[in-house]
Write a protein that binds this ligand. Structure first.
Ligand code: 5GP
Ligand code: ZN
Length: 117
């Protein structure tokens, strides 16, 4: 649960610049970068620089930082001129979470189905 960088965490390595990423925005508390395997014309991941294992842990520990992530989601949408977009927080392996550092998927630029399946 610690907010300190985790040695085995891919997204902590991206925050630290040890793994390259196509960064689209950076603030004091967050980084936004393009997903390596995009599922839509816009597929950006917004992460807090601090390490939390998922969005719920982030919101419980640092609600202001969770709000920073949401604000950045809108900023990403504005930059890509998206009128509509989807924010996804996969939480738990059964929901598709594969990286255990809280991240918002920002998806847009194509039609979306609901329910998502
Ligand atoms: P999750 O499945 O945990 O919700 O989302 C993790 C996302 O990270 C996936 O969409 C995956 O494509 C993306 N991803 C995995 N490894 C890398 C990487 O090295 N660089 C970038 N930019 N995205 C990655
Ligand atoms: Zn991390």
């Amino acid at each position: 649960m610690a907010a300190e960088p985790q040695d085995d965490c891919l997204f902590c390595k991206i925050v630290e610049g040890h793994v390259p990423a196509t960064i689209v925005r950076e603030t004091e508390t967050t980084v936004a970068f393009r997903d390596i395997n995009p599922q839509a014309p816009t597929h950006v991941l917004v992460i807090p620089k601090a390490h939390y294992p998922n969005a719920a842990a982030l919101a419980a520990a640092e609600p202001t930082l969770a709000a920073d992530v949401l604000r950045e989601a809108q900023a990403v949408a504005d930059e890509d001129k998206l009128e509509s977009y989807r924010i996804v927080f996969n939480t738990g392996a059964g929901a598709g979470q594969t990286v255990w550092h809280a991240h918002a998927h920002i998806l847009g630029g194509r039609g979306m189905q609901w329910p998502p399946g």
